[in-house]
Design a protein around this ligand. Structure first.
Ligand code: ADP
Ligand code: MG
Length: 577
């Protein structure tokens, strides 16, 4: 039960503010999370971690020397938004690029991924390593789809040490990938956790039972067991993890016994003793173990065992000193403190003020988004019905929410004479934030990518148009990872981009190019009717979807046509877009 709050909906924010106040020697709050309050070394790589709140010490408690440079803090158990990730990473960056690392959950992957695109486009070299240690969440052949649990700590610790020792971003990334591969965890739950303001736990485990492999947000486990003795539990966890040993594992391991919220330290210690004995029986040497609360799940009753299989370089970085609110090891010289106000400023975007000509182009961009709004509103119901056939029926309402937010923000930006880049970036952020759903995250980041590609200029030529279309398409394909034939909007987008490029290169006007590409996108969208979905929510209902076009492909085609028409209208009136 969570009892201490004024307003449960503000729990995560207020807890974070209090955390930062209680730990000023380590962290400073910025919009979206916290960064180190001590100086980073000039040009060093910055490790930025994060995820939903409710997992303390993950993630904010691991920010400090020898570990993370910053942490993005979402709402309770909810991914932070892309703009939160972007702002924290910007404030954490010390000129040596950013490694984003977090547990593998769909929402986090989308939002951190969007932020990565934006940071890279702005010249802040950004990489990602997602943590996939939970052996219960997918078989070993699907290692990369496993979710992240307490193994977060080993990846963060080793990457953070490498970054602070001055290794470059390539090396920090390499070590994080290797640590993740050599980290395996398995958890058990005895009872569920209760979100602030809720009267019931998110899930229950039957009395005197335990659920093996239950996720830290109540995702289903792999099997239920009668409550074992401590020795039996140690045997179960160790034997399952040894079966899942990585290739080339040596005989030196770091065991981590992690309490998820309400299991007492004495119980964890008792279990740890038995686990260490089992590991010794298996001929393994334990190195610098951890036993305590490292990645929790509010007041969940449960625990996990993680094994990190060491080699020399991993052992070096695991053993290196660290000094953070929740994790301290060895001795570190405390670096000087930074100017906290400057940090907060670093978390905002640099935008050049637009010229009069640039502001006029913004009016054109806002008008285009109005045209997109009009076509989405016109087809909202139809798109919802199409998505209901094999999906969850929210494509119409989702697109509507997204475009409403984006067009409103764009209008306000144009009114205040913002440049095209600023307008589209803010519109894309608003779209992603308000739409929810897969398509919202994809459309939002694609619009942001277009804004970054176009920049803030006095005029644009046809090549800029092609660059913008390419940026749009790369954002969708890079983030969503769908292939042609998977039955998604990509099946309309790829032919659109191909026809656009062809026309452009053969010297057609932008107006003709836009119309020809839109025509092709609509045809391709209809042709998805015969395909079977392989990505997205429609996958489980593949059969039902055959004979009906993909909703995301259909909406893309309609929007492409609306953009072509709007461009012609605008150009007819002598404006340029
Ligand atoms: P959700 O699937 O979250 O309910 P929507 O219903 O708004 O989101 O959007 C569904 C559409 O999103 C699909 O019809 C498909 O075109 C598109 N989509 C889903 N997953 C992907 C992906 N990985 N890449 C590209 N497009 C995708
Ligand atoms: Mg849907």
């Amino acid at each position: 039960m969570t009892r201490i709050f004024d307003d449960p909906s503000n729990f995560a924010n207020e807890a974070l503010a209090g955390f930062a106040a209680a730990n000023r020697q380590y962290v400073a709050p910025v919009d979206g999370g916290v960064v180190r309050s001590t100086e980073m070394k000039d040009g060093q790589a910055a490790l930025v971690i994060g995820g939903g709140s409710g997992h303390y010490p993950a993630f904010a408690g691991l920010v400090g020397q020898g570990l993370a440079a910053g942490s993005v803090c979402g709402n309770m158990f909810a991914s932070p938004s892309a703009s939160q990730v972007y702002r924290v990473a910007k404030a954490a960056n010390a000129g040596g690029g950013v490694l984003l690392s977090y547990g593998n959950y769909a929402g986090d992957v989308l939002h951190f991924g969007q932020a990565q695109l934006r940071l890279n486009a702005e010249g802040i070299e950004t990489r990602t390593v997602v943590v996939t240690d939970d052996i219960a969440s997918a078989p070993i052949e699907e290692l990369s789809s496993r979710r992240g649990i307490a193994g977060d700590l080993t990846v963060f610790k080793i990457a953070g040490s490498a970054a602070d020792e001055g290794l470059n971003l390539d090396e920090v990334e390499r070590l994080a990938v290797k640590t993740n591969y050599r980290t395996r965890s398995l958890g058990v739950a005895f009872d569920g956790c209760t979100l602030p303001g809720a009267s019931e736990p998110l899930f229950h485990v039957p009395e005197r039972h335990m659920s093996l492999g239950l996720g830290i947000h109540g995702e289903p486990g792999i099997s239920d067991h009668a409550m074992p003795s401590a020795s039996e539990l140690a045997e179960l966890l160790v034997s399952r993890l040894l079966q899942d040993k990585p290739d080339d594992a040596g005989n030196r391991v770091v065991p981590i016994v992690n309490g998820l919220g309400t299991v007492k330290y004495e119980e964890l210690f008792l279990l740890y003793g038995k686990i260490e004995a089992k590991l010794a029986e298996a001929g393994l040497e334990t190195v610098e173990p951890e036993c305590g609360e490292l990645v929790t799940s509010l007041d969940m009753s449960g625990l996990s065992l993680t094994l990190l299989w060491l080699d020399d370089e991993l052992e070096h970085h695991w053993a290196a000193p660290a000094d953070t609110p929740a994790y301290r090891k060895g001795h570190l010289e405390v670096r000087p403190h930074r100017d906290v106000e400057q940090l907060a400023e670093a978390a905002t975007a640099d935008v050049e003020p637009p010229t009069t000509a640039a502001a006029r182009l913004s009016a054109g961009a806002a008008a285009m988004l109005e045209a997109v709004r009009a076509v989405v509103v016109e087809h909202e119901e139809e798109l919802g019905k199409l998505d209901a056939i094999a999906g969850d029926g929210d494509h119409g309402i989702g697109m509507r929410r997204g475009v409403d937010a984006a067009a409103d923000v764009a209008a306000a930006c144009a009114e205040s004479s913002a440049g095209v880049d600023r307008l589209l970036i803010e519109a894309g952020e608003a779209w992603a934030e308000k739409a929810g759903g897969t398509s919202g995250a994809l459309w939002g980041s694609a619009i942001i990518a277009v804004g970054q590609s176009l920049g803030n200029r006095d005029s644009y030529n046809d090549d800029d148009g092609l660059a913008a279309v390419t940026a749009f398409s790369e954002a969708i394909m890079g983030l969503g990872q769908a292939e042609p034939g998977d039955k998604t909007m990509v099946d309309a987008l790829v032919p659109y981009t191909a026809v656009f490029t062809e026309h452009q290169q053969s010297g057609a006007s932008l107006g003709q190019t836009l119309s020809a590409a839109a025509g092709q996108a609509n045809e391709a969208a209809q042709a998805t009717a015969e395909m079977r979905p392989k990505k997205g929510r429609a996958r489980p209902l593949a059969e039902k979807s055959i004979g009906h076009p993909d909703p995301g492909a259909v909406s893309f085609g309609k929007i492409a046509s609306a953009v072509a028409t709007a461009y012609q209208d605008l150009n007819g009136k002598g404006a340029q877009a």
